[in-house]
Design a protein around this ligand. Structure first.
Ligand code: BES
Ligand code: ZN
Ligand code: ZN
Length: 476
């Protein structure tokens, strides 16, 4: 990942390529024919001077401009300029001082690409951005510098977890993920505790152990704590993320097509790691605990099987009817641990849980399941600001019937119909009375058909959404 230096100033230093935003309907600069550039969102036209280029980027109509419009426009511009070999870029924000943060975020997120491990072809064909300038008016400098710095923290952390997220299953096992979490907390105001397989056994994490049994790469449970509130003993908010480092489906094995994409089945856990890292760096005045159950779901000789009955951490039992519905099993243990150990004010849980939510909502919105009006409204509002959109779906006792078991507290699958909702209600069983939010990010955690402002691969969905809601003080 290229390391960037952001310089907030009143005019361009050197001869950077300049990005200027354009509102539809304004007068076009001389020399640009209207049929070549209409200013609609994402449209671009390039003007060449002797020593630099000016890229004009459309924002669309004035009254439809939102932070995400600028975030996407900045991302589209950076991707385009990198392809042209730009090394230094300045964004002219004299007319948009309130949009410094989204522009910095958009540029940094678009500038990230998973480099992989091949011959360094990508490095040769693709520019590396050395420095970025943000140009604002003199009296906006102080404000703009704070915005740029905070946005840089958030985008850099997001790119860090995208980079881990993009690692394939052979290079990122639960143990390696735990090591990475331990490395990343170094020098930050965060603590981390990791349970290995032996400790999981002695403490009774039956769900995480069952899912991990089929793999030679044993499971881990990672818990991060950030105590930033004045009162370190204040009840924390618990964030929980599914980190299945690879999901073959286990004995109920998945079909082969696109199975490689299941390396991204850890992105819920990655989001939680990112939120904790950024919260600590931003010094948010609140207490958070991040819980990441991690396992590899494989059909090895000791794999768990359909029909098995598993006892989870708090004694509730699960009848396994499909080993591919593994996320909810490891999450059950993590939710129980959060409830029993921290009595949190709320639990927010992130998982690539169901294919069904992708059928329902597609690739632009995550499914938001909660019975808490305040938390729901907060996350919908934060989604609009950050462009990480969420859409409410039901989680209530109507869906309990689907998971009723004759031999255990619940069974791990219901019918196909409404299965994203049945899964949400399944998870809520372990939250009991704690206010609970489930975000099914299966459709949004990665992209194989990236839009103009992003590269393909892990998106880091959930990091910006949650930080926005936390910073606005909306989550309690
Ligand atoms: N990780 C998958 C969900 C998934 C599927 C995410 C496709 C993204 C894209 C999860 O573990 C799973 O396999 N869920 C099953 C549940 C079913 C067996 C009840 C599903 O959704 O098909
Ligand atoms: Zn699965
Ligand atoms: Zn899965």
């Amino acid at each position: 990942m290229a390391s960037l230096k952001i310089d907030v100033r009143t005019s361009g230093a050197g001869s950077p390529d300049l990005v200027t935003f354009f509102v539809k309907g304004n007068a076009l600069p001389t020399g640009i024919p209207a049929e070549e550039f209409d200013g609609s969102p994402g449209s671009m036209v390039i003007l060449r001077d002797r020593d630099h280029r000016t890229l004009l980027v459309g924002l669309g109509e004035k009254d439809k401009i939102e932070p995400d419009t600028l975030r996407r426009a900045a991302g589209t511009a950076i991707k385009h300029l990198l392809k042209l070999g730009s090394r230094e870029v300045a964004f002219d924000l004299a007319l948009y001082p309130d949009y410094v943060a989204p522009v910095v975020e958009g540029a940094l997120l678009a500038g990230y690409k998973f480099e992989g491990f091949g011959t360094p072809v990508t490095k040769r064909t693709r520019g590396v951005l050395g420095k970025m300038q943000i140009l604002v008016k003199e009296h906006e400098l102080t404000h703009a510098r704070v915005q740029a710095r905070e946005a840089e923290i958030i985008a850099t952390v997001t790119n860090t977890i995208r980079d881990i997220g993009n690692l394939p299953g052979n290079l990122l096992t639960p143990a390696i993920l735990a090591e990475k979490a331990q490395e990343l907390v170094q020098g930050r105001n965060l603590t981390v505790k990791v349970w290995n397989e032996r400790q999981l056994k002695s403490d009774g994490f039956g769900g995480i152990l069952a899912v991990g049994r089929g793999s030679v790469n044993p499971p881990r449970f990672i818990v991060l704590e950030y105590r930033g509130a004045k009162n370190k003993k204040e009840t924390p908010i618990a964030l929980i993320g599914k980190a299945v480092t690879f999901d073959t489906g286990g004995i109920s094995i998945k079909p082969g097509a696109q199975m490689d994409e299941m390396k991204w089945d850890k992105m819920g856990g990655m989001a939680v790691l990112g939120i904790l890292l950024a919260a600590a760096e931003l010094k948010l005045p609140l207490n958070l605990v991040g819980l990441i159950p991690s396992a590899e779901n494989m059909p090895g000789p000791d794999a768990y099987r359909p029909g098995d009955i598993i006892t989870t951490l708090d004694g509730k039992t699960i009848e396994v009817l499909n080993t591919d519905a593994e996320g909810r099993i490891i999450l059950a243990d993590a939710i129980a641990h959060a409830r029993l150990t921290y009595k949190p004010s709320a639990i927010i849980e992130y998982s690539t849980l169901t294919g069904a939510v992708v059928m329902a909502l597609g690739f632009r919105r995550a499914g938001l399941f909660t019975a808490e009006d305040k938390l729901r409204d907060a996350l919908i509002a934060a989604g609009k600001t950050t462009g990480e959109l969420v859409w409410p779906l039901p989680i209530d006792d109507e869906y309990k019937e689907g998971t009723q078991s004759e031999v255990a507290t619940v069974k791990n699958i219901g019918g196909r119909e409404g299965s994203a909702c049945t899964s949400a209600t399944f998870l809520k069983t372990w939250a009991e009375e704690v206010p609970f939010v489930h975000l099914d990010i299966a459709g949004v955690a990665w992209t194989t058909k990236p839009p103009a402002h992003l590269e393909g691969g892990a998106t880091g969905f959930g990091v910006r959404l949650t930080l926005q809601a936390l910073r606005a003080g909306l989550l309690g």
